[in-house]
Design a protein. Sequence first.
Length: 367
Amino acid sequence: MAEPQLKNDRQRVLSQYRHYAGGRRLAVAAFVLLLAVLAVVALCSGVTQLSPRQIFDILLGASLGSPSAIVWNIRLPRILVSMAAGAGLAVAGTAMQSILRNPLGSPFTLGIAHAAAFGASLSIVVLGAEVGSPGGSSAIGRVLAALPHGTNAVMVSAFAWSLVSTFAILIISKQRGATPESMILTGVALGSLFTAGTAALQYFADDIELAAVVFWAFGDVGRASWSDFGVMLAVVIPALAYFLLNRWNYNALDSGAETAQSLGVAVDRVRLWGMLAASLVTAVIVSFVGIIGFIGLVVPHIVRKLVGGDQRYLVPLSALGGAILLLAADTVARTALAPIVLPVGILTSFLGAPLFIYLVARGRDYW
């Protein structure tokens, strides 16, 4: 009797796992389909309305004059940058929450985005780096001229300063008795410090430098180009692959550092390299599009609610969810008050702030 019962139990467990895995794969397919639909809607929407038929003809190589220029030079780069930035920030937030075992961890709440922004501002005001392409003799053109040639210097400066915040958080997390609340408070304090530093740089900047820094800090994907998208993709894809390769380590960390160590996970090394990868992704994205808040906080929580905390599905679905959320927010930002285009960072902050308050009020009941 024992052997048939054991066989039935195995079959039942196998059936349950297949159902579990099938549901997660279905969620991935649904996210991909939703992202594709949103991309088509975004390509069609704007001051100049285009039909889906026109969009598909243009993408297949047809030359339709002005509509083709709008799609290839304006809308498609913006959409792809939105996807890359949203995916990168969401994956960085997912990794930080698991590495630190902190439900409030994200590049924004831990001060890493603010530190990267301070580094970028420092490179503009003090080092004289250029972070944009020449734009003519108009006022906006002069601002953009102060903002591709110096992008690398800006990115390096942003990454270097984001490491300051990263190492501070790691040091606090290793202290005996450190709690999720203390790490978040440290991140808030660091964010306030770097925000003050950015404000000081603005005070001493000249008019063009000030305009460049302020224009940057809004958080907007509209100024990114094809080359910017290429750099962002070259960073986001390897980071996503790294987090996927470490999915079992992060699953173990979700059970606590002691449990992870007992399973053979090198906790300190996994935390260090994971935070460095997340910081690099954050710094690159901030250096191109400015501060876009709360994507890294909101998306992992939404995905956890939908599919649970298994990193095999949480990481890729968070990347897709981040791309979906930022693309949707940017589409609303540039069409809701057309022809006025709002910075997408404003909308993401309106979305993320209530969730942040909810998570603080909820306490530590997360894993």
